[in-house]
Design a protein around this ligand. Structure first.
Ligand SMILES: Cc1ncc(COP(=O)(O)O)c(C=O)c1O
Length: 404
């Protein structure tokens, strides 16, 4: 057998098992279409699984800003930020993000995944305790596991368990407390005020990854930290991503000038990678301006969230507690989640099944996400299909049922 044949022979049974377990993953090639929809082959379907919460990814003003910068700068940045890749437009974007969020400075990273690996590895001193919510995003967990710190995962949002673990941790080196702001697969908020108090009491540094809160939650769309009434003093390390509500691509860390200078020296995923294309930074600048200046998009989005929740409660659908645009519908078995997703697609709705290992075993779900690009009719149509397809065995008592 050739080396390539041997490799395939080793991998094939793993794949066969994944398929048998209903855990097979594959990409779908979609084509763009207007207003919350995508084209899949020759069909147009309504997408209820994108993180484009404000509908900015298809906004012409972002495309125009990118096109203008593309004509000026070309496609690639050409090198890492510290070599020759950092352009004026990157600098302007960093300043705009910092000013918007009330931090001294911000530092761009090429993706949120890289931002999280970079910042955790830079901040965790050897042997430092790193406390992470059990449901934190994979990039935060990987950041901790790849670091020289010691990982402690506390049960989801269990601040009592966290408080006892923090009390047992050594004061030196300082601990890092890491959390999603808005949990990406559950749609609930981290108990940020309590986490901030615990971090303060135990001398730990609080890092909030607000990938899903930025642009959507809080006053002016400033995210989950602002929504919790906290600021740069209590949350010294704020990670935001640009590929979700901001409709663009990339990520940033916001913090004090000292933190940013430190990351420039130490964050390997900032130092050793090509800077994002300048045209993307121009598009993101346009997105920040829209996000700050046009609250109507957020208002429409939150109206859709309320419409969906009221409708789902009336139907007794197993939606998880969330007031955010992430509205997961808990199904349980991976195979059932896949089947429901396939039947929704037949009916013209793209809703991806989220299965283990992305979520814990037995908690497979349909992760329904709402966007300002959707219409009330699209949400009503989705609810009608869910009513038709979700089996009675998964349904609770409808909210308006006449009990008694
Ligand atoms: C909470 C959270 N953090 C980080 C990321 C990674 O960001 P990016 O897609 O920019 O790598 C994601 C999702 O992609 C996420 O949901």
């Amino acid at each position: 057998m050739t080396p390539a044949g041997r490799l395939d022979a080793r991998l094939a049974p793993v794949l066969a098992q994944r398929r048998a377990d209903g855990l097979w993953r594959a990409c779908r090639a979609l084509a763009p279409a207007p207003a919350g929809t995508v084209r899949l082959g020759d069909r147009r379907v309504v997408s209820f699984c994108s993180n484009d919460y404000l509908g900015l990814a298809g906004e012409p003003r972002l495309a125009a800003a990118a096109a203008e910068e593309l004509a000026r700068s070309g496609t690639g940045s050409g090198s890492a930020h510290l070599i020759a890749g950092h352009r004026e437009v990157h600098e302007r974007l960093e300043q705009a993000l910092a000013a918007w969020l009330g931090y001294e400075r911000a530092l761009l990273f090429s993706t949120g995944y890289m931002a999280n690996l970079g910042v955790i590895n830079a901040l965790a001193e050897p042997g430092a305790a790193i406390f992470q919510d059990r449901l934190n995003h994979a990039s935060l967990l990987d950041g901790g596991w790849l670091s020289r710190g010691r990982m402690h995962r506390y049960p989801h949002a269990d601040t009592a368990a966290l408080a006892s673990a923090l009390a047992e941790a050594p004061a030196e080196p300082p601990a890092l407390l890491v959390t999603d702001g808005l949990f990406s697969m559950d749609g609930d908020l981290a108990p940020l005020p309590v986490l901030a108090r615990l971090a303060q009491a135990h001398g730990a540094t609080l890092l909030v990854d607000d990938a899903h809160g930025l642009g959507v939650l809080g006053p002016g769309g400033r995210g989950s930290v602002a929504a919790a009434g906290l600021d740069a003093a209590q949350v010294p390390v704020y990670v935001g991503t640009l590929g979700k509500a901001l409709g663009s691509f990339g990520a940033f860390v916001a913090g004090s000038a000292t933190l940013i200078d430190f990351l420039v020296q130490r964050a390997r995923t900032f130092i050793y990678t090509t800077a994002p294309p300048p045209a993307l930074a121009a598009a993101t600048l346009a997105a920040v301006a829209i996000c700050r200046g046009e609250p109507g998009r957020r208002r429409h989005l939150h109206r859709l969230v309320a419409q969906f929740r009221t409708g789902a409660a009336a139907l007794g659908l197993p939606v998880m507690p969330s007031d955010a645009p992430i509205q997961p519908l808990r199904v349980g078995e991976a195979t059932l989640a896949l089947e429901l997703s396939a039947r929704l697609l037949e009916a013209g709705f793209l809703v991806t099944a989220i299965r283990p290992p992305t979520v814990p075993p037995g908690t497979a779900r349909l992760r329904i996400t709402l966007s300002a690009a959707h219409t009330e009719t699209q949400v009503a149509d989705l609810l009608a299909q869910l009513d038709r397809l979700v089996p009675r065995s998964l349904r609770g008592v409808p909210a308006d049922a006449d009990v008694g």
